[in-house]
Structure formats: structure tokens, C-alpha cells
Design a protein around this ligand. Structure first.
Ligand SMILES: [Zn+2]
Length: 111
């Protein structure tokens, strides 16, 4: 019984890490862009623009990974919800980031 619990905890820790990374990129993107534009204005060099460009593509990659991540307990998609007439809620159109539980078995991300 201890083995599956450790597997589930590891899977949840990975999902939490990717989710935090994605949220960090999402909310820090504009402040970083403003700082970089200020730096470009001061130095005249456009080289620093590579940082927000790389951050944008890293964010897209992490988001893609999160959408395809599987639940460690039921092995179905964690964030992607199969919407039916019975399980529809007004939040059904947002799969991420508001959802904090598995969309199939209800495994909670934060206890
Ligand atoms: Zn699940």
C-alpha cells in the first residue's frame, strides 16, 4: 500500500512544480518585458529581447506539458475535462490554472 501512495505523491509534486513554474512565467512575463524594454532603451542593444522571447516559448512548452499531464491515481488527463451534460459547471471552460483537482477522480493537488 505504501508504494502506490509514494507514486501518487511524486506525481502530484511534479504537477505542483510545473503548475508553479507556469504561473511564475505567466505573472512575471509583463514585468520582465518592461524591465528588458527599459534596458534596451538605455543600452541601445536589442540582444536582451531574447530573454522574453525564450520565456514565451518556455511558457508555451510548460503549458503544453501541463495540459497533457496524467493523474498519478487514475492515469487520465489531470487538467483536461471531458465535458458532458451531467458534469458541466460554469468553470468547465477553464481547465487551467483554476482547477486544483483531477478532472476525473477528484484527486486534490493541495491538501
Ligand atoms: Zn485522477
Amino acid at each position: 500500500m505504501k508504494g502506490p501512495i509514494i507514486e501518487i505523491e511524486r506525481g502530484l509534486a511534479r504537477i505542483r512544480l510545473l503548475r508553479r513554474l507556469f504561473l511564475f512565467i505567466l505573472f512575471s512575463y509583463l514585468p520582465i518585458l518592461v524591465l528588458i524594454m527599459g534596458m534596451i532603451e538605455r543600452t541601445g542593444s536589442w540582444f536582451p529581447i531574447l530573454l522574453p522571447i525564450c520565456l514565451f516559448f518556455l511558457g508555451m512548452y510548460v503549458q503544453h506539458k501541463l495540459q497533457r499531464i496524467h493523474c498519478p491515481r487514475c492515469h487520465d488527463f489531470f487538467f483536461v475535462q471531458k465535458v458532458t451534460k451531467e458534469n458541466y459547471t460554469p468553470y468547465s471552460s477553464f481547465s487551467f490554472p483554476p482547477q486544483k483537482r483531477c478532472q476525473k477522480c477528484g484527486l486534490v493537488l493541495y491538501k
